[in-house]
Design a protein around this ligand. Structure first.
Ligand SMILES: N=[N+]=NCCCCNC(=O)[C@@H]1[C@H]2[C@H](O)[C@@H](O)[C@H](O)[C@@H](CO)[C@@H]12
Length: 448
């Protein structure tokens, strides 16, 4: 019999989404195009030719969606702001209608007792800035800081939790290293430059927040713990390289004022020497760190795979999700405990955790049975509780995702929502996992 689970009082239970994945109407009311608008328009970039043109139509249905959050009893809702709704050209003229949308969303959340948690950047860079080099242009740190200041000024009285970036690793690895995500570049030199400019922009926004903000600001990173396929020195070294590239590349400069030494070893002349002043900017104190956890990787040495020279090893006795990720709840415990060990006691929020499974339409009308997602949720909750028991200061959990949505280049083919979306009719249907999550929130985990 599993021991009872007890989460701290006031533990912040919520859900997470992002603008381009759910809003639709990307050009409505004066908004400018983003790089995802462009990326989706190129045949072959996104499965089935899907795009965020309609998505979950949240731009028009946000009041209904907030009502669903309230029905689940959520305490918080993590969403991102579309930069090009606020600044259609990415800088300069402010589009008041864009601010109005998010003002209304924030007011609706607060009217329902739901804490807004705002991500400044969740991958949808204004296309006009990409035309000026985007994350490859060092000026973007100032462009981002100016954008952030507009939002802080407009919303900080009501928004208590701000995150600068969502997953700089994915932006870099997908958008600049492998070209699988917008803007679709494939260059290790550009990847290094984009990654560093992302972190400079993060620091510039934190600096502005310290001038004008009254609440809390942090960063959200995806952490995928790496485990060696064997205890051979080659595999142990490969594990360190993989961990440096995907995980420590973003937290070391924030907490230790430097990048992992493996980065220069792996990238060679594609990894410049960065100015020391940049690390003062990047390393400003944060009020919290958001951790997105989905899976782990077991890795071995693979000399032919430059620059990491790493190969993931598929696990035979494991469940894999529709996105090909191993269900490994112990990795969530390990991730949170390792953060404390490596970076100290900065408060943490699990800002994304969830799973994509095929949810068959069900015979009994109005119910969507998603047993695999439920099993995954239960196991991840126990893993989270274990980390708390080991003294990690985790203050909240946002399930990914509130709604089935646009899974980037995989289109609508992968469903992460605890609420099913019929993309033809836009009908929302609570899955069994939504009912479980509502019980978890209401009982603060005691129902598990
Ligand atoms: N290989 N591999 N291993 C797993 C690496 C995960 C990296 N991708 C994420 O974390 C993205 C995050 C994003 O914020 C959200 O916008 C996405 O919809 C979810 C689901 O994909 C997750």
């Amino acid at each position: 019999m599993n021991k009872a689970i007890q989460f701290p009082p006031n533990f912040l239970w919520g859900s997470a989404t992002s603008a381009y994945q759910i809003e639709g109407s990307p050009l409505a009311d004066g908004a400018g195009p983003s790089i995802w608008q462009r990326f989706c328009a190129v045949p072959g970039n996104v499965r089935d030719g899907d795009s965020g043109d309609v998505a979950c139509d949240h731009y028009n249905r946000y009041k209904d969606d907030v009502a669903l959050m309230a029905r689940l009893g959520l305490k918080a809702y993590r969403f991102s702001v579309s930069w090009s709704r606020i600044l259609p050209q990415g800088r300069g003229r402010i589009n008041q209608a864009g601010l109005d949308f998010y003002n209304n969303l924030i007011d609706e959340l607060l009217a329902n007792g739901i804490e807004p948690m705002v991500t400044l950047y969740h991958w949808d860079l204004p296309a006009a800035l990409d035309d000026r080099g985007g994350w490859l242009n060092p000026d973007i740190a100032d462009w981002f800081a100016d954008y952030a200041r507009i939002l802080f000024t407009a919303f900080d009285g009501r928004v208590k939790y701000w995150a600068t970036l969502n997953e700089p690793w994915v932006v870099t690895d997908g958008g600049y290293m492998h070209g699988t995500l917008a803007p679709g570049h494939r260059s290790p030199h550009e990847a290094a430059l984009a990654s560093h400019n992302l972190m400079r922009a993060h620091g510039s926004a934190v600096k502005v927040y310290r001038e004008v903000g009254k609440h809390q600001i942090g960063i959200v990173v995806n952490i995928e713990p790496k485990y060696p396929a064997s205890q051979s020195q080659e595999d142990l070294d490969a594990t360190r390289r993989a961990d440096a590239y995907m995980n420590r590349q973003y937290l070391d400069p924030v907490f230790h004022g430097r990048y992992p030494e493996e980065m220069k070893q792996m990238f060679g002349d594609a990894w410049p020497e960065w100015p020391a002043a940049d690390f003062s900017l990047i390393g400003q104190k944060l009020d919290f760190v958001g951790i997105n956890y989905y899976t782990r990787a077991v890795v071995r040495n693979e000399p032919t795979h430059w620059p990491l020279k790493v190969m993931p090893v598929r696990q035979t006795q494991a469940t894999y999700t529709e996105t090909g990720w191993e269900v490994y709840p112990q990795g969530l415990t390990d991730t949170l405990v390792n953060f404390k060990r490596l970076y100290g006691d900065t408060p943490l929020y699990v800002m994304e955790n969830g799973s994509a499974f095929y949810d068959p339409p069900n015979a009994d009308e109005g119910r969507i049975h998603d047993p695999l997602r439920i099993d995954c949720m239960r196991k991840n909750m126990r893993a989270l509780s274990d980390a708390l028991e080991q003294g990690v200061d985790v203050r909240g959990y946002m399930v990914w995702s509130l709604l089935d949505n646009l899974e980037w280049s995989l289109g609508f083919s992968k469903r992460f929502g605890i609420i099913h979306v019929n993309f033809e009719t836009q009908q929302r249907t609570l899955k069994d996992s939504a009912y479980l999550y509502a019980d978890i929130v209401a009982s603060n985990g005691a129902c598990l």
